[in-house]
Design a protein around this ligand. Structure first.
Ligand SMILES: Nc1ncnc2c1ncn2[C@@H]1O[C@H](COP(=O)(O)OP(=O)(O)O)[C@@H](O)[C@H]1O
Ligand SMILES: CC(C)(COP(=O)(O)O)[C@@H](O)C(=O)NCCC(=O)O
Ligand SMILES: [K+]
Length: 279
């Protein structure tokens, strides 16, 4: 069994993948600040032969995790952002500074689409673009939904946006503090993504497929006006492509690959952008 770990600033996600069949056997998550201890939602290490890790939490979180796991498992691969990988050139001035979860998302997105825009809606919302030909051009970082709410200190941080709510309702003016904050934060996130995505396509003259991942991807997806696909295993897929361990992975079959959704027409996007600039 392979243990894949995606350690974010809020949640540490894990999954167990069968080395023979390439199927996912178990999944779980724990708060990143919590310690690994029995009784919590952690995988059974006795059946793990190899581990692959993506970490964007503090370095000591990674050190503690590796120390604990290396007592039980010999093979541990840790992903790092590099200047180049799998035909993609990292657009950061200091490539190693690009969050490795963003880099892994870009690697998977490019393999699926040959050029795309990736959005990871977690503690932060990050956006990256990689052009056909493999040049990553950098991206954007904004606070995630939860962080935006926390920053207001209005006591609304624990009140989640109801994922069942009709999206038109979430975009309407709030008539109490909780709704005003939730709706405002949601509008800030979704309109930034809509706008930045169209600006990126416009300035590079290419209509890029848009891919979404992260804990808030489903919610954010409903507020986007542009065609896009969700890929919840996108960071894991980057680990699979950097460190292929199964026959399917070696052939480029990445877990949970979505259907490619045809992007919006570039002329239409330019028309929409021109309209926002007229106002
Ligand atoms: N069950 C859940 N537990 C915690 N956060 C959740 C849950 N479902 C959705 N979320 C949202 O997802 C975010 C965490 O997403 P994730 O992509 O795991 O973030 P990160 O990679 O930064 O840890 C939280 O900030 C929260 O808004
Ligand atoms: C931007 C991030 C904090 C996002 O982390 P996440 O929301 O997934 O926990 C992470 O990718 C990171 O620490 N990046 C380093 C800075 C950079 O990418 O420029
Ligand atoms: K993120």
């Amino acid at each position: 069994m392979i243990l894949d770990l995606d350690i974010g600033n809020t949640l540490s996600k894990w999954r167990l993948k069968d080395r023979q069949t390439s199927s996912i056997r178990a999944r779980g998550a724990m708060w990143t600040r919590d310690e690994w201890r029995s009784g919590s939602d952690i995988p059974d290490l006795d059946i793990v032969e190899a581990i692959r890790i993506s970490n964007v939490a503090r370095p000591d979180v990674l050190e503690d995790t590796v120390r604990l796991l290396s007592r039980r498992v010999d093979t541990i691969h840790i992903a790092h952002s590099t200047a180049e990988a799998l035909g993609i050139r990292n657009g950061y001035d200091a490539p190693e500074r690009l969050g490795v979860d963003r880099w892994l998302g870009v690697l998977s997105g490019y393999q699926l689409t040959g050029g795309c825009c990736t959005v990871d809606c977690g503690s932060a919302i990050t956006m990256d673009a990689v052009l056909p030909g493999g040049q990553h051009i950098g991206g954007y970082i904004i606070p995630g939904l939860r962080l935006m709410k926390e920053s207001l200190k209005l006591g609304t941080r624990k009140v989640a946006i109801d994922p069942e709510q009709d999206v038109l309702h979430i975009l309407s003016p709030g008539t109490n503090t909780v709704d005003a904050v939730n709706h405002g934060v949601y509008m800030a996130a979704t309109s930034a993504i809509n706008r930045l995505y169209m600006e990126l396509c416009d300035s590079h003259g290419v209509s890029l497929p848009l891919l979404l991942t992260g804990g808030d991807a489903e919610l954010v997806s409903r507020g986007l006006r542009v065609p896009h696909a969700r890929w919840s295993d996108m960071v894991y897929a980057g680990l699979e492509s950097l460190f292929p361990l199964t026959a399917a992975e070696a052939q480029g079959q990445l877990a949970g690959m979505p259907e490619i959704v045809a992007p919006a027409d570039l002329t239409e996007m330019r028309r929409a952008l021109a309209f926002t600039q007229l106002l």
